[in-house]
Write a new protein. Structure first.
Length: 117
């Protein structure tokens, strides 16, 4: 099972992107970090979804109830991090989906994957 960086992307402006998908028969404990390398503030969203596409792909319809951050402001040259997120794929696959209002926002998912079998 993987450890360390599990997914990393530079987000396009106003495009939700699947950053990480939990592998089958696995659970993951992850941290998600947003870094705004731009010169203006960015508004971010973070979702833990159940059917939102493969890593690196634009997503389907985002469901508001799957948002764990919505409208969070990250200042220019600033960072925001959520830690200790536990995700499982035992019944329904889980995906980390990120969104930013502006370009120049990088998102990294890092942690550990552990087999459930």
């Amino acid at each position: 099972m993987a450890t360390g960086i599990l997914g990393t992307f530079t987000l396009g402006a106003t495009t939700a992107t699947t950053v990480y998908a939990v592998p089958n028969t696995t659970y993951s404990i992850v941290n998600v970090s947003f870094t705004n390398t731009g010169t203006t503030s960015a508004t971010i969203r973070l979702y833990i979804g159940t059917s939102l596409g493969t890593a690196g792909s634009p997503t389907g319809t985002l469901v508001a109830s799957e948002a764990i951050e919505y409208g969070t402001l990250v200042p220019a040259n600033g960072t925001f991090e959520r830690t200790g997120l536990v995700l499982s794929s035992t019944s329904t696959a889980k995906y980390i989906v990120a969104y930013a209002s502006t370009a120049n926002v990088n998102v990294n998912v890092y942690g550990i994957e552990t087999s459930t079998t």
